[in-house]
Design a protein around this ligand. Sequence first.
Ligand code: ARG
Length: 470
Amino acid sequence: MNLRAGRLGKKMSEDAAAFTSSLEFDEYIFEADVECNIAHTTMLGQEGIIDDSTAEKILIALKKLKEEGVDALDMDPSVEDIHMAVENYVTAQVGEEAGFMHTAKSRNDQVATDLRIVLKVKLEQIQSEILEFMEGITQLAEEHKETVMIGYTHLQHAQPTTFAHHLLAYAQSLKRDYERLKDAYKRVNINPLGSAAMTTTSFPINRNTTTDLLGFDSFMENSMDAVCARDFIGETVFALAMMCTSLSKICEEMVLWSTYEFGMIEISDEFSSTSSIMPQKKNPDVAEIARGKTAVLYGELMTILTILKALPYTYNRDLQEITPHLWNGVETARAMLNIVSAMLLTVQINKNRALQLAGANFATATDLADVIVREKNIPFRISHKIVGRMVTQAISQNLKPEDIDAAFMDKICKEVTGNNLALDENLIKKSLDPLENVKMRRVPGGPSPEMVDLALNNLKTYLKQEKEIN
Ligand code: ARG
């Protein structure tokens, strides 16, 4: 069916047709578009808006198209978009009667509906893949409850923790990413169909029927809003951009920790490359590419928001420009999620090196200060000063944490307070031991193995519950 036959005389120029066509990325919504037409035609027949026999013929053609797939369509740019390509196919099968399919429906409500149908499926996939990743993380964490490592603030040695505790930090960040997507899903799952061009229709359509047939939660309550709302895309891509940020931070640490200087992990060969000139090289290319691709998500988000900004109500063709950025964002984010997941879950952890770093550089100093507060009833600010002074002097005298004894502490304390500290030698040694440090942090959210167990159990319960819902 040539849409232009009525109002327009000349054909669109070839360049203009190619410039405005959405066919290239409409393949994404092909199946959804057929489903949308099936639901709409079924409803038109049921409500007596079109003859049962006409509806039946159209439905047979649509089901045939569903089986044949998108290749059965004429996708020449002059066709404009997938909606016209589908309509042309049905017309070729049924004849002019096919034109009844388009009663009370516009491409404006149709494209909005199709996008939501496809996005729902994509979101379901990504959500379940995040849960799988989180489950993998819990299993890896199980093995590393006593694998001590150094934690950083300002990327300087801060305090000892464990790999399990660090992995659970990743899991919590991913849990929020999951929940943001789950929340966005609620607003994707609303049906615009029935809004037609912008003010619904004078035909007595039944929006509940199409909403049920297409598996939406409810229908959009304002037809003007329904045809032009794309905030569901903006928030989805934001949620994905945030998820990529979580993944990128993981990648950054994997790059850093796998360096010779850190030497805390080894990334599996499957996710590494070498150099074309330096034969010794093992490079973390997957982590780097993933870190780089995060920018793609930010770019898509900005592009989407910028297209939306200042558009007058209701449908504007500009909206079509959003679509490829949505799909690119979705595909990039999904690929990143799966590759980073596989890379992290196959990492080798160098326990000896991690322990060595955790015990070095006075990263256990906070605990020594805490012991002084507890044992000697000295205010934390003073014990902080004593320990700080001790570290400065130890470094200048080239002493290691294991060289610190009661006599050295007395000397420092006397300088700071005028009195000896008289702290038990064993307590000093214990407080400077990184594993002891970790074990003493028995506060919810902390790294002691009991608390990590608790956190692991909570997370496992959460994962089980979410998997059952999905
Ligand atoms: N290809 C269009 C899009 O993606 C479909 C809707 C076209 N509507 C119109 N009035 N030309 O937005």
